[in-house]
Design a protein around this ligand. Structure first.
Ligand SMILES: [Ca+2]
Length: 197
């Protein structure tokens, strides 16, 4: 789990690690460099997903809502749908109007602490998706808010360089606003191993 003392010492080392990644301390460093540090990391769906409030009593889902959901691991497999892919087809989708789905969270646990400098998400177009990270004090901090786009279906949002670098071993995604019908199909985080072992 999150190692607070280790994280604190690593924060102090952030500057030297940056130098390390640039080759300044190459002899002491085996860091692979910047990459998608969320790739194939475990994804945890907290809450109720894949249930819509528009389902009539005794009714069944039509092709508009695909069930069962794909594996949660599909969010970190580095594979994107084409833009405008239907929001509830083979995505991790939920309907926040369903009481059990109103506080849903998607959590990604990383295998170590990474310094992350860029985020991307492919998610339903008309909602807000806020990405949080767990800081060295075990407190969730907002890293980036991916707002609505003006096209339909799932769309990519890219933080580019708008995210101040942060160190963490845990990411959380919460959806808000929009039409309360949410979906995510991919999450990306560019970073480096934080202590450069
Ligand atoms: Ca939506």
């Amino acid at each position: 789990m999150y190692d607070l003392s280790r994280a604190a010492s690593q924060l102090l080392l952030a500057t030297s690690i940056t130098l390390c990644s640039a080759g300044g301390m190459a002899a002491e460093c085996t860091n692979e460099g910047y990459k998608n540090v969320l790739y194939e990391q475990p994804v945890w769906l907290v809450g109720t997903f894949g249930v819509t409030s528009t389902l009539p009593p005794g009714g069944s889902y039509t092709s508009s809502f695909s069930t069962p959901l794909p594996a949660a691991s599909s969010l970190t497999d580095d594979a994107y749908f084409s833009e405008k892919h239907p929001w509830s087809q083979d995505t991790i989708w939920w309907d926040a109007r369903v009481a059990e789905s109103s506080n849903n969270e998607i959590i990604i646990t990383l295998d170590r602490i990474y310094l992350i400098i860029q985020l991307k998400i492919q998610a339903d177009n008309n909602d807000i998706y806020t990405l949080y990270y767990l800081d060295e004090n075990d407190t969730w901090q907002s890293a980036w808010e991916a707002g609505p786009t003006n096209q339909w279906g799932v769309t990519k949002r890219n933080s580019i360089d708008s995210v101040p670098p942060f160190a963490t071993d845990r990411i959380k995604i919460i959806a808000s606003g929009g039409d309360y019908q949410y979906s995510v199909s991919e999450i990306y985080g560019r970073g480096i191993a934080y202590d450069c072992d």
